[in-house]
Write a protein that binds this ligand. Structure first.
Ligand code: PNS
Length: 162
């Protein structure tokens, strides 16, 4: 059976750091599903449907045609329930530094306790090491250039939704 990994996140919006993780992870698994998840702790800038579209646009802008990559959304419920539903082999997360790991490790433990599904971590390329969606949103909101951190499609959307 094909080995599926699910890469969940808010992706609000997707950055070039996320794009890099997706490109590298797609080489490791038979199938990779990028999953836009509603995080009740965060008030999103973009709707889930907009985030899905921006991910697709960013991947195609980067020339990532991977036929083994799909982009979907999860609007409610536990992530692990969804993972079981789609028979995922692994959860995929990117991390930039120890702050990310401190945030991710408890989730990896709880998700494994609940489902037995392992979280696989990929270290962010240092070139994108300090890029965060929240910072990108803030820079854009204050009229700064964000083209170094996100695709053209995302930069345009951020300007458009000011
Ligand atoms: O990009 P984010 O906001 O850091 O992603 C966090 C996310 C959405 C992956 C996490 O909040 C999540 O998994 N939410 C789904 C609900 C769930 O299963 N929560 C228990 C996590 S242990």
């Amino acid at each position: 059976m094909a080995k599926l990994a699910v890469y969940p996140g808010s992706f609000d919006p997707i950055t070039l750091g996320h794009v890099d993780i997706i490109e590298r992870a797609a080489l490791l698994f038979d199938e990779l599903e990028v999953l836009v998840v509603h995080n009740p702790d965060k008030a999103p800038r973009f709707t889930s449907a907009e985030r899905v579209q921006l991910i697709k646009d960013s991947l195609s802008e980067a020339g990532i045609k991977g036929s083994n990559i799909k982009v979907t959304e999860l609007s409610s419920g536990l992530l692990v329930d969804y993972l079981r539903q789609v028979d995922a082999r692994a959860l995929l997360k990117g991390f930039r530094n120890n702050v990310d790991l401190d945030y991710e490790l408890p989730m990896a433990k709880v998700n494994r306790d609940l489902s037995g599904i392992e979280t696989v971590f990929i270290a962010a390329d240092p070139a994108y090491g300090l890029v965060a969606s929240s910072l990108v949103r803030q820079v854009a909101e204050l009229g700064g250039p964000v083209e170094k951190y996100v695709s053209k499609a995302v930069a345009k959307a951020l300007r458009g939704s000011k």
